[in-house]
Design a protein around this ligand. Sequence first.
Ligand SMILES: [Zn+2]
Length: 400
Amino acid sequence: MICRVCDSQELEPAIDLGHQPWCNHFLRKEEVGREPFYPLRVMFCHQCGAAQLDHTVPKEIMFGDHTYLSGVTRSLSEHFRAIAEEVDQRFFAAAEGKSVLDIGSNDGTQLKHFKALGYDALGVESSKTTAKIANDAGVNTLNAFFNLDIVRQFGRKFHVINAAGVFFHLEELHSVSDGIREALRDDGVFVVQFLYMKRIVENLAFDQIYHEHLLYYNLRTIEVLLNRHGLALFDAYVAPIHGGSMIGFVTHRGKRAPTQRFLELREAESKERSNEFSTYLEFAERIKRMKEENLAFLEKARQQRKRVFGFGAPVKGNTLLNYFGVGTQYIECLVEKNELRRGLYSPGMHIPVVIEKELTELPDIYYVLAWNFKKEILANNQSLIQRGIEFYFPVNPKET
Ligand SMILES: [Zn+2]
């Protein structure tokens, strides 16, 4: 294969999670057992250090109609509010006629916060259902895949461009990057939010690896990509969202000087060998041991006749369940807030989803798949914990 970032052919397998179904599509009863499986394998590029999947599930299958809603989780919505306020105060407090473009704008949660600050907001969202939810809520949203052609159709530029997560799903990486450069005003700021691979490795959060995430970036690797397209990072910090996300600030190359904290983060990557192949191989070994430990825990619970429910039915939970081989032999159901998943089954392991407020019984153990909301979950469930229900976190994120 050819590196998606730098076009090199020097790639080598680093992490093999076997064959897995597309994990975002929870199954209706009649689809159970009929879902296709695809290789889920991370390759390492020896040229630029980018970690990336070698198999691409076509984007029309992946993003035609997803059911993830960013507005559902309060801490996520608050994160989006904080981003909007920070960007406005730091860069555009005095600007007039402010505008923002959100790529992969989902249900419009991020844009609502910009609108509240007086921005003219436009979203581009590939999921029909989700784009409709945003438009119905008054957030102007185009149902399309973002790329350079789309930008040429707008024929306008923006003060702020935001892309949370989605930047790393995209097959048309270079056209998207060109589109961003084209749509960004001369003094504009592109806010790129992505899962930080260095943090995924530190947290052993291998469940963040799934078909939608074609690329796994560190600062060094995203810089290679941005620089190729005339853009440059000048500031960055790690936020706790999703268990460790990088918030990067990007502008046209040569427009703004790099901040001290950005330089320090970059320095930490080289000190800690974050962009070296050996680091990925060690990671792969450690998640094999993690699988053994988790299976031992669940097997013990089964022998003690304890009932185990999954807490949350996040997309990433499916990577974990499928890689560990954990199905209904260990976990009775996945308890979820998002009502769009009512009556569905998890892909691959076929665990039924139950909506939280419709639950009639309680387990002895909650196996927490939505571990990235650990603090919120523990705080909201104190009464269950006091009644003796154990909350087991297969992944334990470190504090950011
Ligand atoms: Zn490369």
